[in-house]
Design a binder for this molecule. Structure first.
Ligand SMILES: CC(C)(COP(=O)(O)OP(=O)(O)OC[C@H]1O[C@@H](n2cnc3c(N)ncnc32)[C@H](O)[C@@H]1OP(=O)(O)O)[C@@H](O)C(=O)NCCC(=O)NCCS
Length: 344
């Protein structure tokens, strides 16, 4: 182990960037080949386009000139200043040699330097009769004093999971339930300028509304400036939001939203479900189902290469899971967020 070096990845060093990506590629192939493959272009672009509202650090472990592990870490810099997260991957050929532990130690050192006191690690898990996953991540996290704080379920849905007639029937039923109190608006790309403020208000409720288990995360205030900065980053990264919202005609406020994110890579067949949220005062009108079906149609029209949409939900989020099951989502596996408090 003596010649193992841990340092921050320099995005300008093409060989190391390729080496780090190779760890992610090999881990994906070994641990969860059914899940969407990591995308090299997005990985490289992410290194030079950090997300607004968060300081990021990509630590790599290098032995004899070969990248053998990577820890991608993030530290929110507007709110939740006590918090830090990391995702650690060790190349399958180099596991059980202490590489993961060295990366974790360096992450913890980084976090202490930023006065962070609550840290998380995440890993895939086996979920019920989904695909069986290695226990390595969980055992590694627990060995290092992290405890399970939130479990989620990963699901996937073919874009044509429902036959056309069944989809149309579901759409019409939800349209009838929603009535005419709402204006439905859809777009591909940036949020239209006149909707940015109301969408920022809706987005700000997300962390308070989404089940977070025992994760010690507080609400996040999203203003128009942050929203625009995130939209700029998506554009630079080639990540395209496809979004459908409901506006309450009585108040002009956005009260429900769903978003899917696609890559502007014609070869890439996966897309990712982002948050779906319905303001509590407007639940029970089938808005979640309505928006998701309309948005799915938009994905099919605009991204014909996309075959599968992926989503994850907290295991306790029954209403969202109920909608997803009706839409044809099936379980792939689970995931866990493990949390540890650092001594002051
Ligand atoms: C989890 C992972 C990062 C561990 O990396 P690693 O370099 O093999 O970890 P280490 O060698 O530092 O292991 C430290 C301890 O964790 C535990 N551990 C790690 N892998 C284990 C396994 N497969 N089975 C049982 N215990 C394991 C052991 O206690 C181990 O100590 P030991 O080898 O002395 O028994 C690696 O398996 C991996 O990349 N998995 C896929 C991605 C993932 O789930 N990452 C999330 C981590 S929370």
């Amino acid at each position: 182990m003596s010649n193992l070096q841990i340092f921050e990845l320099d995005p300008a060093d093409g060989d190391l960037v390729s080496g780090a990506f190779e760890v992610l590629r090999a881990s994906h192939a070994a641990d969860a080949p059914e899940a969407p493959a990591p995308h090299k272009g997005k990985f490289a672009l992410g290194l030079v386009n950090p997300p607004p509202g968060e300081d990021e650090a990509t630590l790599i472990a290098v032995r004899d000139g070969v990248v053998v592990g990577i820890a991608e870490a993030g530290f929110p810099n507007r709110e939740n200043l006590h918090f830090g997260w990391a995702t650690i991957h060790v190349h399958p050929d180099h596991r059980r040699q202490g590489v993961g532990t060295e990366l974790l130690d360096r992450f913890i050192e980084h976090a202490r330097g930023k006065d962070r006191t609550t840290l998380t690690l995440d890993t895939r898990l086996t979920w019920e009769d989904g695909i069986e996953r290695s226990k390595a991540g969980q055992l590694f996290a627990e060995k290092h004093g992290f405890q399970s704080a939130l479990t989620w379920i990963n699901r996937r849905c073919a874009v044509d999971a429902l036959d056309a007639a069944a989809e149309q029937e579901l759409l019409e039923k939800s349209q009838a339930a929603a009535g005419d109190a709402y204006e439905i608006v859809s777009w591909v790309g940036r949020t239209p300028e006149h909707l940015v403020d109301t969408m920022a208000r809706l987005d700000s409720t997300i962390l308070a509304e989404v089940p977070l288990g025992d994760l010690e995360l507080g609400p996040e205030t999203i203003d128009a400036e942050l929203k625009n900065a995130r939209a700029d980053r998506n554009e630079r990264m080639g990540v395209i939001p496809i979004q459908t919202i409901a506006v309450d005609k009585a108040t002009g406020e956005a009260v429900a939203n769903t978003a899917v994110f696609a890559y502007d890579d014609p070869e890439y067949t996966d897309a990712f479900q982002g948050i779906t949220i319905v303001n509590p005062e407007h639940r029970g009108h089938r808005l979640g189902t309505l928006l998701k079906i309309l948005n799915l149609r938009l994905v099919r029209e605009n991204y014909p290469a996309v075959r599968t949409i992926w989503t994850d939900n907290a295991d306790v989020n029954a209403p969202m899971i109920g909608i997803n099951v009706v839409l044809g989502y099936e379980i792939l596996d689970g995931g866990g967020e493990f949390q540890r408090k650092l001594d002051a």
